[in-house]
Design a protein. Structure first.
Length: 158
């Protein structure tokens, strides 16, 4: 697939302007806190009722969903992509590997405007909730990310 021009800041702004209730999660959210990690994709958790709004915000970037909104609601996730890859979670509640759970509403209501850069107009979960999203799976990189986020929280306390 040939790469296309992609303006990340405009991508975030388009989502923010759309009115879609969306949270940047995953490693891009960790980067937003100023913690350096490597990543090549985007991860969002969005309100299930806002799939169409979110997709419309991504249209100017020629991102194509791999599922219809109804299919995404059924499966709880979908992907938007062209030369960029966006994983989109649409579940109302997500369990963690250790039996806890968090709702999208809870995470969104406690979310923050991007903490490190006023140039990026996107909402991110507060650090504690971001840690919970990293516990949706049990991958080694998630454990590493949780350690980085816990260290970040410890530095904030000092």
């Amino acid at each position: 697939m040939e790469g296309t021009y992609f303006d990340e800041l405009e991508f975030y702004r388009s989502i923010a302007r759309s009115g879609a209730r969306a949270l940047l999660i995953g490693r891009r959210a960790i980067l937003a806190y100023g913690i350096n990690v490597m990543t090549s994709d985007y991860d969002f958790w969005i309100e299930m009722d806002d799939i169409e709004i979110f997709n419309k915000a991504c249209e100017p970037f020629e991102m194509i969903p791999n599922r219809t909104p109804d299919e995404a609601r059924k499966f709880g996730r979908y992907v938007l992509e062209n030369s960029e890859h966006v994983d989109v979670l649409v579940a109302r509640r997500m369990p963690t590997v250790d039996g806890q759970s968090i709702t999208f509403k809870e995470a969104f209501e406690a979310s923050l405007d991007t903490p490190r850069s006023r140039k990026i107009d996107v909402r991110v979960p507060q650090v504690e909730h971001l840690i919970m999203t990293k516990r949706f799976g049990a991958r080694p990189k998630d454990a590493s990310d949780i350690n980085l986020l816990n260290e970040f929280l410890e530095r904030l306390k000092v």
